[in-house]
Design a protein around this ligand. Sequence first.
Ligand code: MN
Length: 195
Amino acid sequence: MKKMASFLPLDIDFSIDPLDFTPKGEIITRKLSSMKDAFVDQDAADKMLANGQDPLIVKVFMAEIPAEEGFLMVNINAVYPGKVGNEYFMTKGHIHDDPEHAPEVYITLQGNGKLILQNKNGDFHVSEMRPNKINYIPAPWAHRCVNVGDDPLIYIGVFPSDTERDYSFDSRTFKQIVIEKAGKVAFADNPLQNK
Ligand code: MN
């Protein structure tokens, strides 16, 4: 309890455009080159990279909060607009390593997204991400955020601060992918599943 007592009230300033968060802790950036395997159309990804395109897909500012039991982490996340082939830019997707005690809340501030959820029993669920929506992700559900709009998808996440993110629940596990088909957002069976 001594450590908790030593942590003082924390106020964070953030902005959406430009994306910023102060005081800053860890900053995570993912360009196409660092998450190429997440996308189904590897030829399209290779072509973009060969043409010198390595777009920024995800940026996350984490707060400076101890990664210990009893704390809540808060972060601000951006998923930028774009596609690899016909598949929208998205997060890699992960499940929390403590499936009993590590839920997460997303609060969307800007944009239009699909929150893809799947548990270890294979149950699949899609939630909408947009301003004035709060998404509650129960602990045992893997989650991936897909930007299906034209603006950056910006959302705040809150979760137990000692949570480890397990990325082994990945593009070979999610049942469906989100693609553009005839100019519209569509879902398709994931051809990588169980490959
Ligand atoms: Mn999470």
